[in-house]
Design a protein around this ligand. Structure first.
Ligand SMILES: [Ca+2]
Ligand SMILES: [Ca+2]
Length: 372
């Protein structure tokens, strides 16, 4: 096979319903009718599963009544199974099956569209080409059908994230973990990032966790330059002025902690843990780590209990994005005396993946969207 198997780290996330549909599709019966619009295709995939379930009840080979062997001749009734899928770049999506396949003409659809869609196969690899670049970080849904040499068809429905071929490199530069209700200088939860290398933000994924809850945010597409500040606001108040700044104007957004010097984004996924937690920034879902921060209240000690936080720390530590002496312990964290009046910020230029890179600000010393 000349085409490479897609890098598992780039593999699309097969969402719950889509995964179910894809699984159902692997059982789709032969001689299915050809092309339908994508929406109909999704419904049909589920319908196909029901139909196949009935078909299998009706068509199961009967056991032989004598000892002379099988009652039916050997035949290939098994449809191709999907093994791996993912975007290789912004214009290509590859799907590996467990046997040689051919695309079913007219069966393919992508929503939202990225220009014309064309399908080709080489052995067990299906390749889908888009005539226009998929938007980095945008959610896409892809549907289609393939068939094996015996005419057994597999219908699939997959979701994936638009591939970012020029991801920006960011470092976490400051966090405000608590709500500060001061009337003079109010602050809400935010995470601030400094752009180290220019590129596009689309698909960069920030995860943050307390011991009981994991939250995730994925950036939309936006071009950034080295030295830019990006602020992700994590406790929006629902104001109409709280808008994502994906274009050229950095003064579009209002709201608490928004500035005209930084690119502001807003997420309702959940606030930062007030006293103890961790953040992990990745280039794309399941992709390489860009930065991490583990912070903990100064009255904590010993091993971090099993849970969401321990899971995140394990992943971060495994990639060297934060240094641990052994199994994650509170002594590995940047330790602070929690305060709503102070932020936690990175010392300029420091990046040793550990607590020594961080400090607590003076009271009312927060600097969202500006140097610390
Ligand atoms: Ca701004
Ligand atoms: Ca700052």
């Amino acid at each position: 096979m000349k085409n490479p198997v897609p890098d598992p780290s780039l593999a699309c996330r097969i969402a719950g319903p889509a995964r179910g549909a894809a699984d159902a599709a692997t059982a789709a019966s032969r001689r299915r009718p050809p092309h339908r619009p994508l929406g109909a295709a999704m419904g049909a995939a589920i319908g196909a599963a029901i139909a196949v379930a009935l078909l299998s009840l009706a068509c199961s080979p009967l056991p032989s009544r004598d000892s002379g062997g099988a009652a039916l001749p050997e035949s290939d009734f098994r449809p191709p199974s999907l093994l791996e899928a993912g975007p290789s770049d912004g214009r290509t999506f590859s799907i590996l099956f467990d046997e040689a396949i051919q695309p079913v003409a007219g069966s393919f659809g992508l929503e939202p569209a990225a220009g014309e869609l064309s399908a080709s196969a080489e052995g067990s690899m299906l390749r889908l080409d888009f005539s226009e670049e998929a938007l980095p970080g945008l959610d896409y849904c892809l549907a289609g059908e393939v068939e094996d040499g015996s005419g057994n068809r597999c219908r699939f429905v997959l979701s994936f994230t638009g591939y970012n071929s020029r991801p920006a490199l960011l470092s976490i530069s400051e966090i405000q973990p608590q709500k500060n209700s001061s009337t003079k200088a109010p602050h809400r939860d935010y995470a601030e990032f400094l752009v180290l290398e220019a590129g596009n933000l689309g698909g960069l994924e920030l995860s943050w966790a307390s011991s009981t809850k994991l939250m995730v945010y994925r950036f939309p597409a936006a071009e950034v330059l080295a030295g830019d500040f990006v602020v992700l606001h994590l406790a929006p108040e629902g104001l109409a002025s709280e808008v994502d700044e994906t274009g050229g104007d950095l003064a579009v957004s209002g709201g608490i902690d928004a500035t005209a010097t930084a690119r502001d984004f807003w997420s309702g996924a959940g606030g930062l843990p007030d006293e103890s937690g961790a953040l992990s920034l990745r280039t794309r879902p399941g992709g390489p780590s860009q930065d991490a921060l583990f912070y903990g209240a100064d009255d904590k000690s010993g091993a971090v209990a099993d849970g969401k936080l321990a899971d995140l720390l394990s992943a971060v530590g495994g990639e060297g994005a934060w240094v641990f002496a052994g199994k994650a312990a509170w002594e590995d964290a940047f330790r602070w005396h929690p305060s709503a009046a102070r932020s936690i910020y990175r010392i300029g230029g420091a990046d040793t993946q550990g607590a020594a890179d961080w400090l607590v600000s003076e009271a009312s010393g927060q600097t969202p969207g500006a140097p610390n």
